[in-house]
Design a protein around this ligand. Structure first.
Ligand code: GLC
Length: 731
């Protein structure tokens, strides 16, 4: 290797020398990015190119799922990128200095990290954010994450995760925006805007990374890293829409997924990465593989050995190899053996360099070492996270309006989540610190100053130890109302966190039943990273608040909902099944062949426990009559649909109107209903607000076929809000 290195260095020196006559265009900030890319590329040796399209790790690996074989090749300052796991800016700058000063061409490294829902100011998990139905809120949160990340030395975040998911057994449903393609697309665009803004060289912006391209959410039976059966039709109508929207919004990178897409793994899939992404969508950024996904092509049966895996991945479109060193270890030989044309490597290097130039890394390769309190957990950042968390709370049940708990004197606060901090952060907690989290206990104490709050843990999250039940019963008996705080540990969702059932552990369900037997009303508060099976728990409750994993705001938004300062406005972006056995169950499924009850389960209902779009409020809204501006419209016409909503209660509230369509007869069968627009607005008591959908028929009514061609056939289209439907004839 040493001899090879010396030869390379000599050739490199010659290359540099023969270019030395002209100025180093790649170092000229006034030159165009494309000119700088080409100039730099022309100066690079093969070895330098291969390192440029490889990524290793810098810092202590904090990703519990990928802790084997860190950096299988020695970390070399020629490396194109590192996953930067340290919070120490000095660590970043020291390594960057090596790259700039100790390599021949001084190409800056791009520092990536998993900033999924916050860098240090952790806001709610993405599944919760989508239940807010406020993409602008997500844009604000991702802007905070971008500022904290960039100023901590991270130029590039491995987010947003935009995989449509319909199987709550899959732990990664927590990381996305739920079951609907249109919803996922809206939140994907908002995240890209928040992360990237309109100036990537800003010290408050980062390059985003759409993941996991593509169809990872279809993982068989909710298991992780497995086969996904996806027809081209489903690929186009369900899994690609969020990616198309976010690529067109300017996302700079994507991450190729682990899953096998109907026989061709995502990380070796030229159709998705080259044909669709580059040829059809004209994407000019770069694709990084998921962790070790190149080498894993061997396990998946796509490659016989690491060299073949490297060849398959690169030629299919994976520009950068994440952490397994397969490109570094095999690519020179592939070229030497005539199996790989350097031009293919050049194109990958070109894409990586392009993003680096766009980020301004050649002009500003170092991160100013600003003290933490001037860039982390700023008051405005924490407020943004808290406001977001308030919007994500979904009220699932509120019998006899027991909530809000106004005037209640004795509150029994029970459950394993009450004094918990770590698990309220959720999966992929970035550099979130447990101590930053407000516990439910502290929040309730602050928000109910006149109430006597009695506490019992009752039980742990799982296990069989019921020794705390008696204390829980004592607390319940001494209270007017019980607030029972149950849920999931943060590691029970996220990556490598599939569960065979979406029931909470038996011990938690037993605690609920034991406390309910005291006869005291139980307000169940849930902190979890997936839809849960609640049908067996619901009868023992007076109210249920789905609070998800709210991040550092922790118990504060929960307590503010319980005391009425916040009127809950969240609505589900993913169906809550009646039983795990119903999975997959989602709102936008096709109609069955048989009407009536034929085809239904013989043992349980086919209806979910809580459907997509469901969520209660402390006020009530009366919907007026749905109106559409015309009964007939051309396929390229425009329409205006509107509906009034009146707040009938005494409390202001925010209501989301979901606009659906149905195409009852189409050459490609379409879902029984499809969300095509939504709007959330605050409505004061007694106020009537008119919600309007300005319909662009060709865009909003159309569908996409298995080749990605958007089409709209003449015929009826039903526009739907709630239980109202208006037919429009498309001519
Ligand atoms: C993980 C995840 C991916 C993450 C990457 C880097 O395995 O699948 O979402 O961005 O590796 O940590």
């Amino acid at each position: 290797m040493k001899k090879l290195f010396l030869i390379t260095a000599f050739i490199g020196g010659l290359l540099c020398a023969c270019n030395s006559g002209d100025k180093l265009v790649y170092k000229d900030a006034s030159a165009s990015i494309e000119d700088r890319v080409e100039d730099l590329l022309s100066r690079m040796t093969l070895e330098e190119k291969i390192y440029q399209i490889s990524q290793q790790c810098l810092g202590e690996n904090d990703n519990i799922n990928n802790n084997e074989g860190m950096n299988p090749v020695p970390l070399n300052p020629m490396i194109g990128s590192v996953i930067f796991m340290s919070e120490d800016i000095k660590v970043r700058n020291e390594f960057q200095k090596k790259a700039i000063e100790e390599t021949r061409l001084g190409i800056p490294v791009i520092y990536g990290y998993d900033v999924i829902h916050g860098y240090r100011t952790i806001y709610p998990i993405p599944l919760a954010m989508a239940c807010s139905w406020d993409p602008s809120m997500l844009e604000a949160c991702t802007a905070v994450a971008a500022q904290e990340a960039r100023q901590a030395g991270v130029d590039w975040v491995f987010a947003p995760m935009i995989d449509v998911a319909r199987d709550a057994r899959w732990g990664r449903i927590a990381e996305g925006s739920g079951e609907d393609p249109y919803t996922a697309a809206q939140f994907a665009v908002a995240a890209v805007k928040g992360f990237q803004g309109d100036n990537l060289t800003s010290d408050k912006k980062v390059a985003s990374c759409l993941k996991h391209f593509v169809g990872y959410g279809a993982s068989e039976a909710g298991r992780d890293y497995v086969y996904s059966e996806i027809s081209d039709q489903s690929l186009w109508d369900t899994y690609l829409p969020p990616y198309e929207a976010a690529v067109k919004a300017g996302a700079q990178t994507l991450m190729s997924a682990f899953n096998d897409i109907s026989g061709v793994p995502a990380s070796a899939n030229s159709y998705t990465m080259n044909t669709i992404l580059r040829d059809m969508w004209k994407f000019d950024g770069f694709i990084v593989s998921d962790w070790g996904a190149v080498e894993q092509l061997i396990n998946q049966g796509n490659a016989a050995n690491p060299a073949e895996a490297a060849l398959n991945a690169l030629t299919a479109g994976v520009d950068m190899d994440m952490t397994d060193g397969v490109y570094i270890k095999n690519m020179e030989q592939l070229v030497a053996d005539g199996k790989l044309d350097v031009k293919v490597i050049d194109e990958a290097v070109r894409r990586v360099l392009r993003v680096k130039f766009r980020l301004g890394l050649f002009e500003n390769p170092y991160t100013p070492d600003v003290q933490e309190n001037e860039r982390i957990l700023l008051a405005s950042s924490k407020e943004t996270a808290e406001k977001a968390a308030e919007e994500t709370m979904v009220l699932l049940k509120n019998n006899n309006s027991i909530l809000p708990l106004e005037g209640v004197k004795r509150i029994g606060l029970i459950g394993p989540m009450v004094k918990n901090q770590h698990d309220l952060l959720g999966s992929w907690l970035g550099h979130g610190h447990d101590e930053d989290v407000t516990t439910i206990m502290d929040a309730m104490t602050a928000e109910f100053p006149d109430a006597f709050i009695n506490y019992a843990q009752g039980c742990d999250f799982d296990g069989e130890d019921k020794s705390g039940f008696n204390d829980a019963v004592r607390v319940a008996n001494a209270s007017d109302v019980v607030v029972l705080c149950l849920g999931e540990k943060q590691a029970w969702s996220g990556e490598n966190a599939s569960r065979s059932t979406i029931l909470l552990p038996q011990i938690q369900r037993d605690l609920l039943e034991t406390v309910a037997k005291t006869g005291k009303p139980v307000v169940l508060v849930l902190n979890n990273g997936r839809p849960l099976e609640l049908s067996g728990m619901e009868p023992h409750t007076a109210a249920i608040l789905e609070a998800w994993q709210p991040g550092i705001s922790g118990g504060t938004p929960i307590a503010k909902v319980l005391n009425g300062k916040v009127n809950p406005s969240g609505k589900l972006c993913a169906t809550f099944p009646y039983t795990s056995g119903q999975i997959p169950i989602y709102y936008n499924r096709r109609n069955p062949a048989r009407k009536g009850t034929q085809g239904f389960y013989q043992d349980v209902t086919v209806e979910p426990m809580y459907p997509f779009g469901y969520g209660l409020s402390y006020t009530t809204y009366k919907y007026g009559t749905l109106k559409v501006s015309a009964e007939k419209v051309a396929v390229d016409g425009k329409l205006k649909a509107e509906i009034s909503v009146t707040n009938m209660g005494k409390r202001a509230g925010k209501e989301t109107v979901h606009w659906y369509i149905t195409d009852p007869a189409c050459s490609i069968t379409r879902p029984m209903k499809e969300l095509r627009y939504f709007e959330k607005a605050e409505i004061q008591p007694g106020e009537t607000k008119v919600f309007t959908w300005d319909i662009d028929v060709a865009k909003d009514f159309s569908y996409v076929d298995a080749e990605g061609t958007r089409f709209l056939e003449a015929g009826d289209i039903l526009v739907r809000v709630g239980d109202q439907t208006v037919k429009v004839v498309v001519e």
